[in-house]
Design a protein around this ligand. Structure first.
Ligand code: SF4
Ligand code: SF4
Length: 96
């Protein structure tokens, strides 16, 4: 399942998507992100049929991702994102 966290405003779409079919709850994204955007929960509240750990975007970060992720996304010469690079399962993508 693709779980989308974020928002849309006049300046664009700011969503982080976690592919929960790929995510194994390893927690590497939690350690990779310098501003604690991710958390791993024991059960997926969006999927009653799944009872393994899964990553989510923390509730208090969902409405401010553009600003939280800003330092990782300079306008030019953008380096690989620590969260995307850190997820060996390839479960994380960003809409912007
Ligand atoms: S690093 Fe990837 S596989 Fe591991 S918990 Fe985060 S999203 Fe899931
Ligand atoms: S882009 Fe940076 S701040 Fe945003 S979720 Fe990834 S590691 Fe965290």
């Amino acid at each position: 399942m693709l779980a989308n966290y974020g928002y849309k405003d006049a300046s664009g779409d700011f969503f982080i998507t976690i592919d929960t079919d790929k995510c194994d709850g390893c927690g590497d994204c939690v350690s990779a992100c310098p501003v604690d955007v991710f958390e791993v929960v024991d059960e997926d509240p969006n999927d009653p049929l799944r009872d393994e750990p899964v990553a989510m975007v923390a509730a208090d970060k969902r409405k401010k991702l553009k600003y939280e992720c800003g330092p990782c996304k300079p306008p030019s010469d953008r380096p690989p994102l620590p969260c995307v690079e850190g997820c060996k399962a390839g479960a994380i993508s960003h809409s912007w």
